[in-house]
Design a protein around this ligand. Structure first.
Ligand code: SF4
Length: 301
């Protein structure tokens, strides 16, 4: 599938980012930084401090709902092709891939799973797997002994309790070996079309930075965000937030100066605000599109 940015998105954004917005305290004057041309919609220092102070003091519900909606719209525009980055064809494939993704990159998991899925197409096949052979197939994902135990236990439990079919409810899924609430929500949202919020490390970090919640516990984060976002959008919003966390809003050095959410983010300034420096931190195949949305062009490859 072509995951590149849709033509025309940049045009819509060029209109959205006016040269100067005195209402929101956003400055967007075009300037040149070396060979980097910017017309970035970034908050002024005063506006950024004001938003951070309002959020810290307890933002009023209407103001927060509007800010949440602006962030949701900007994320949808930034990541029109957001999707589960684990490859799978069936619910059991996705359950297995998600278990393997613990302490491992999705890219690595996707290298391992074609051979794995071909060798073990059903839960019954995992239940009957020869441990040494299974461990060898998943070794490169790390913690392979524990993961093999989970996969064999998962297969056996699905066969014994659910007639060999992965169940489609949160209550049933979380009782299966190797499947916690996060994994269950990934499976529900992506294999069964049941809306689910996936609170992984990226999701928790970003929604706290945006002041959507102060909770650290993933279940509390899930409920807090669930109250702010329409239920039908839970799965796609999870993808949008995780995409942004992987590409722009990094854990240690977020690319604030190249972030399309800057005007609505109380954590703006946590990372570099200089557009050129920030642009260098943006990752992924959508990079050019993301920089265009942020008003940055011509920073090279
Ligand atoms: S990159 Fe900076 S401005 Fe953007 S969401 Fe993260 S902390 Fe906020």
């Amino acid at each position: 599938m072509d995951r590149s940015a849709s033509p025309g998105v940049g045009d819509r954004c060029a209109r959205r980012h006016g040269p100067h917005d005195t209402v929101t305290g956003v400055s967007g004057a075009t300037r040149t930084l070396g060979d980097v041309s910017t017309s970035v919609r970034r908050p002024t220092r005063r506006a950024a401090a004001g938003l951070a102070a309002r959020v810290a003091a307890g933002e009023n519900p209407i103001g927060r709902a509007r800010r949440v909606n602006r962030i949701l719209r900007a994320l949808a525009e930034a990541y029109p092709h957001a999707h589960c980055e684990l490859d799978f064809a069936t619910p059991i494939d996705l359950a297995v891939a998600t278990i393997l993704s613990a302490q491992c990159t999705d890219e690595r998991v996707n290298q391992v799973t074609p051979a794995l899925f071909a060798r073990y197409p059903t839960p019954a096949d995992y239940a009957a797997a020869e441990r040494t052979e299974l461990e060898e197939l998943i070794r490169s994902t790390g913690f392979y002994r524990n993961k093999a135990t989970s996969l064999i236990g998962l297969g056996a439990a699905v066969v014994e309790r659910h007639g060999g079919e992965l169940p489609a409810t949160l209550d049933d899924l979380v009782k299966l070996p190797g499947i916690g609430r996060k994994t269950a929500n990934v499976i529900l949202g992506n294999a069964f079309d049941v809306p689910g919020i996936t609170v992984d490390t990226h999701f928790g970090r970003l929604v706290r930075r945006w002041g959507w919640t102060t909770e650290e516990d993933p279940v509390k984060v899930e409920h807090a965000v669930g109250a702010l976002v329409p239920r039908r959008d839970w799965t796609i919003v999870s993808h949008h937030v995780i995409f942004h966390g992987r590409r722009v809003c990094h854990s240690r050095k977020p690319a604030c100066g190249a972030c399309t959410l800057a005007a609505d983010c109380p954590a703006y300034g946590l990372g570099p605000t200089d557009p050129g420096e920030a642009a260098a931190l943006v990752k992924g195949v959508e990079r050019e599109h993301l920089l265009e949305l942020a008003g940055i062009t011509g920073d090279g490859p």
